[in-house]
Write a protein that binds this ligand. Structure first.
Ligand SMILES: C[S@@+](CC[C@H](N)C(=O)[O-])C[C@H]1O[C@@H](n2cnc3c(N)ncnc32)[C@H](O)[C@@H]1O
Length: 279
């Protein structure tokens, strides 16, 4: 990871002053004297308090990295990357980045760009720190003002993650864009029915458009709807990498999966949308 590449984009979470990272130093320091140590694993913790209960656990992050690395969401990754390339950013922030899979693929496609992976989960920040050489990984809470300079990035990603419209607007440059990925009602519908997974919020897409409208104008959108055929190990991963993991453990899930027939046909249905920052 390279915190040095992105230190200009970051701001002190205490006083919002710029940071310095003297070469070879393991500490970010602002002009007011607030300092934050770079963790041994290469991320930096800029969160004001303890991790909230909805932060992804180390087990969830491991499963997510395995699932995404195996290419099960390849179509989503390719659509996100294509949207990002169309924006043509030099500086990218992934808000709720998890293990940094999507941001790393965007940076691969955009030589010369650099990115910040932001997540409230320390386990996620640890993984993201090693996801790409041009990526800096920080722990921060997206529900609070992010420790990111105003107008610092050309592109923000928000992929199956929490988003705070006013702060995303603040950290984007005037020409900047936001790329979101949201599940449609049919996403994983067979698994929701068989396993009683958490439902997709009704009218999620319309609600998102309503919430974003004050800061962003809708741009091109792409729907990805496909049917895949998954074995039990993949179904287990897709359940245990997300919020359903807060409601059941691997042993309980394995018992539930035993009564299904394999492979299972599963619908993937998401929308990848670009949003232009309003002046
Ligand atoms: C469903 S995961 C998606 C991760 C990643 N975007 C992906 O699709 O692979 C949601 C992520 O948001 C993070 N998260 C939850 N609340 C957050 C907050 N308040 N601020 C920043 N990240 C948060 C979780 O820790 C988790 O990594």
């Amino acid at each position: 990871m390279s915190l040095a590449d992105v230190v200009d984009l970051l701001r002190c979470p205490v006083c919002a002053a710029p940071f310095e990272l003297p070469s070879g130093a393991g500490t970010l320091r602002c002009g007011q004297g607030h300092s934050f140590d770079v963790a041994r694993q290469g991320y930096i913790n800029l969160a004001p308090g303890a991790e909230p209960p909805n932060a992804d656990t180390a087990a969830m992050v491991t499963v997510r990295e395995r699932f995404l690395g195996a290419g099960h969401y390849r179509a989503i990754t390719e659509a996100v990357t294509a949207a990002a390339v169309a924006v043509g950013p030099e500086r990218v922030l992934d808000c709720g980045a998890g293990p940094g899979h999507y941001l790393a693929r965007v940076l691969d496609a955009m030589p010369g760009s650099c990115g910040v992976a932001l997540d409230v989960s320390v386990a996620a920040a640890r993984r993201a720190a090693r996801a790409h050489p041009r990526l800096g990984s920080i722990v921060a809470d997206a529900w609070r003002p992010m420790p990111v300079a105003p107008g610092a990035v050309d592109l923000a990603l928000s992929i199956f993650a929490p988003r705070q419209v006013d702060d995303l607007h603040r950290i984007l440059a005037p020409h900047g864009e936001l790329v979101t990925v949201t599940p449609l009602a049919d996403h994983l519908r067979e698994l929701r029915a068989e396993l009683g997974l958490l439902a997709v919020e009704p009218n999620k897409r319309e609600r998102l458009a309503g919430r974003l409208a004050r800061g962003f104008a809708p741009g091109p959108q792409r729907r990805i709807v496909q049917t895949v055929s998954w074995e039990a190990a993949t179904v287990s991963d897709v359940v245990l990498m997300g919020p359903n993991a807060f409601h059941r453990n691997a042993v309980q899930l394995a018992a539930e999966l035993e009564r299904l027939t394999w492979p299972q046909r599963v619908t993937l249905a998401v929308e990848v949308s670009r949003w232009a920052r309003r002046p």
